[in-house]
Design a protein. Structure first.
Length: 255
């Protein structure tokens, strides 16, 4: 709180290991009722202005430092912390925490790089296989069939089911959608895609069904509008379509 009163507009908090600690950190940076920061911005108000307290909660950058094994395991819940703006990796301490020599630039085959977590599932060289059942659009636009396929994947032992979402007007040209383009092959596929899509509400229904069944819902968004829609569902992971591996403007939307 003292460094905020001194005028800092950003704080990196070290050793944040779980959501509870992240929430406590965020609340220390915000005035009541959102937090418990006391009021005394002596220097901050000099250049922040007399209305500093009105905008400080929204303008102060709050970053949690990830540098413990627990933080690595609970990264998803830390990232879900309301009003936390981002994370900062502490490479030396994190290296020690996962049994590596302390340092800054690590080879990409070290443990900190080679293991990731999706919710409560660790994925890495010495972990059990993470099985994704690719449903895609094979539900043919039927939410009932989609739920049946979720059941089948769960019964078969899959960890995750993956769907697709696309906003047709964002992905394809107006001429193609109006069937006035030159690419007849694309126009033929568009008819199928339009018929075989689930609505956003239906995706929400499927995601909730997966949550109740204990299987992870994942989806491939084909455009930025779909990313926004999926963010509202609080999906835990995305799969980038192979066709979009070099679509950097879209990939940047994930971060």
């Amino acid at each position: 709180m003292k460094i905020l009163d001194a005028g800092c507009y950003g704080v990196i908090c070290p050793m944040v290991s779980n959501r509870k600690e992240a929430e406590k950190f965020v609340q220390a940076c915000q005035y009541p009722p959102r937090g418990y920061r006391s009021f005394g911005p002596i220097r901050a108000s000099i250049y922040g202005g007399s209305d500093y307290a009105k905008h400080a909660d929204n303008e102060i950058l709050k970053l949690a430092m990830i540098e413990t094994k627990e933080a690595l395991e609970k990264l998803d819940e830390i990232l879900d912390t309301p009003n936390l703006d981002g994370i900062y990796i502490g490479p030396a301490d994190l290296s020690l925490a996962v049994g590596e020599e302390p340092g800054f630039d690590k080879p990409e085959n070290t443990k900190a790089y080679s293991e990731i977590s999706i919710r409560d599932k660790n994925i890495g060289e010495n972990e059990p296989a993470f099985i994704i059942a690719e449903i895609g659009n094979n539900h043919n636009g039927s939410v009932e069939l989609a739920l049946e396929m979720v059941d089948a994947a769960h019964e078969a032992g899959a960890n995750c089911v993956k769907f697709q979402m696309r906003n047709m007007s964002s992905v394809y040209r107006k001429k193609s959608l109006a069937k006035k383009g030159e690419d007849l092959g694309t126009e033929y596929v568009l008819d199928l895609l339009e018929r075989f899509q689930l609505s956003q509400d239906e995706h929400k229904q499927v995601a909730q069904y997966c949550e109740d069944k204990g299987i992870l819902y994942m989806c491939t968004p084909w455009d930025s509008d779909s990313i926004v829609a999926l963010e509202a569902l609080e999906v835990k992971a995305y799969k980038v379509a192979s066709a979009d591996l070099t679509n950097l403007p879209l990939i940047e939307k994930f971060f």
